[in-house]
Design a binder for this molecule. Structure first.
Ligand code: CO8
Length: 374
C-alpha cells in the first residue's frame, strides 16, 4: 500500500441538554429512597437489598466526571421513569441517531473542505444502533446526498477507531475516494439510571471524521495515518445483553442485566496494562517512543485510567495539553470519546508532530492510530 491516507476534517455535535452530577444524584437518591420505602417489609425481612445512595463527590473522585450531555433530558430525572423520554418517529422521518450523525457529518465535511460529491463511503460506527435495518449509514448517506455505499458497525468503545481502520484500508487499497466515519453515540437509552454504580457513567454525543488520500486533501489541518493497530480479548466484565433474541427467550429486553453493567474495578485493572502494552508496541513499529508523541487522544472513560496509562507510558504525569481530558464535561461517550478529544485539541499541532488516537473498553477491544500532522 503506497497511498498516503489522511484524516482531513472532524465534526462534533454536542446535544443541547446537560445534566450535572448533583442533579443526577438528587434524582437517583430520591428514587432509591422511594424504592426503599415502598419495599420496606422485604428489605427488613432480608429478601431484598436496600438501594444504596449515590454521591456527587464519589463520582467525581472515582471517575473525573462532572456532568454529561443527553440527547433528551426529559424523563431521566423523573423518579417514576428513570430513562429518557424519546418520542417515537414515523418510518418516513429521519431517525434520532441519523439526525445526530448528520449534524456531526456536516461539520466534518466543512472542516475537511469537502462536499457530498467527494465522499463515496459512509460508516456509522457506535456502541448501539437503534434498529437493525435499513442501516443508519444508508439513511445518513441518503440525507447527505452521497453516492456509493454505507454500512453500520458495532464494536462498543472501539467502534470509532475500528471504523477508522476500515476507512484507512479502503483509501489505501483504492476502493474508496472519501470515507465519512460517523459515531452517533446515543447511550442514554441503555444506561440503568436506577443503578448506583453505573448511573453516572455515560453521555450522548456525535462525532465524525473525513478520511481520504493525501493527494486529494486541501484542508488546513490534515493528519496522515501512519498505521493502525487493533486487538480484542473476550471479557464478560462489561456487558449489555439487550438483543432481538429476548423475544424468543421470553425474557424482559429491558431487565437490569440487559442494560449496561460492568465490574468496573476489574475493567480498570485489566484494561490499563493492555492499553499501555498496545500503545508501546504500536509506537515501536515506527521507531518511536512515548517521548516522541506530542498529543494523546485517549479513550475517555475514567480520568484515573487515563492518568495511569499516560504515567506508565511517559514515566511522568502528562500536561493537560499533552493528554486532553474531555470526560469531565462529556462523561464516557463510548467510542466517541477519543474523537471528541481529537476534535477539540488538534489545531495547535504543527507539521511533523506525532499524535496517538486510542480507544479501549468493552469486548475487551483496543484500537489505535498513529497520526502525523501534515
Ligand atoms: N456513589 C457512592 N458510592 C459508590 C457509587 C456511587 N455512585 N458507586 C459505587 N460506589 C461505592 C461502591 O459500592 C464501593 O463501596 P464498597 O467499597 O463499600 O463496596 C465503593 O464505592 C468503591 O466502588 P468501586 O471499587 O466500584 O469504585 P471504583 O473506584 O472502581 O470506581 C468506576 C468505579 C468509576 C466505575 C471505575 O471502576 C471505572 O471507571 N472503571 C473503568 C470502567 C471502564 O472503563 N469501563 C468501560 C466502560 S464501557 C465503554 O466505555 C463503552 C461501552 C459501550 C457503551 C455503553 C453505553 C450505555
Amino acid at each position: 500500500m503506497t497511498t498516503s491516507v489522511v484524516i482531513s476534517g472532524s465534526g462534533l455535535w454536542t446535544p443541547p441538554h446537560r445534566i450535572s452530577n448533583e442533579e443526577l444524584v438528587e434524582a437517583y437518591n430520591a428514587y432509591a429512597q422511594q424504592h426503599n420505602a415502598e419495599h420496606k417489609a422485604e428489605i427488613d425481612s432480608g429478601t431484598l437489598s436496600a438501594k444504596p445512595l449515590s454521591s456527587a463527590e464519589f463520582i467525581q473522585k472515582a471517575s473525573g466526571i462532572r456532568s454529561r450531555y443527553t440527547y433528551i433530558k426529559d424523563g431521566i430525572l423523573d423518579i417514576n421513569r428513570m430513562r429518557p423520554n424519546i418520542p417515537p418517529r414515523a418510518d418516513d422521518e429521519l431517525s434520532d441517531q441519523a439526525e445526530m450523525a448528520v449534524y456531526a457529518a456536516k461539520k466534518a465535511l466543512q472542516a475537511a473542505n469537502k462536499t457530498a460529491a467527494d465522499i463515496d463511503v459512509v460508516i456509522v460506527a457506535c456502541a448501539y444502533t437503534q434498529r437493525s435495518y435499513p442501516a443508519l449509514a444508508i439513511e445518513v448517506q441518503e440525507t447527505l446526498g452521497i453516492k456509493g455505499f454505507g454500512f453500520d458497525m458495532l464494536v462498543a468503545c472501539s467502534a470509532a477507531t475500528f471504523a477508522l481502520h476500515r476507512a484507512y484500508e479502503m483509501i489505501a487499497a483504492g476502493t474508496a475516494k472519501g470515507v465519512l466515519v460517523i459515531n452517533p453515540e446515543l447511550t442514554s437509552p441503555q444506561v440503568n439510571y436506577c443503578d448506583r454504580d453505573s448511573h453516572f457513567i455515560f453521555g450522548d454525543v456525535a462525532t465524525a471524521l473525513v478520511v481520504e488520500a493525501a493527494d486529494t486533501a486541501n484542508a488546513p489541518h490534515v493528519f496522515e495515518i501512519l498505521s493502525t493497530k487493533a486487538v480484542t480479548s473476550f471479557s464478560n466484565n462489561i456487558r449489555s445483553n439487550f438483543g432481538y433474541v429476548s423475544r424468543a427467550n421470553d425474557t424482559n429486553p429491558f431487565a437490569p442485566d440487559m442494560l449496561f453493567h460492568q465490574e468496573g474495578r476489574k475493567v480498570f485493572k485489566e484494561v490499563c496494562p493492555m492499553a499501555v502494552d498496545h500503545i508501546s508496541e504500536h509506537l515501536v513499529r515506527h521507531q518511536l517512543g512515548a517521548a516522541n508523541v506530542k498529543r494523546w487522544w485517549l479513550h475517555q472513560a475514567n480520568i484515573n485510567m487515563n492518568n495511569l496509562i499516560s504515567r506508565k507510558l511517559l514515566d511522568r504525569n502528562p500536561s493537560p495539553q499533552e493528554a486532553p481530558i474531555v470526560l469531565d464535561s462529556y462523561a464516557n461517550t463510548a467510542s466517541a470519546g477519543s474523537i471528541i478529544a481529537f476534535n477539540l485539541h488538534h489545531q495547535d499541532l504543527v507539521s511533523g508532530d506525532i499524535g496517538v488516537l486510542c480507544s479501549f473498553g468493552a469486548g475487551y477491544s483496543i484500537g489505535s492510530l498513529v497520526l502525523k500532522k501534515q
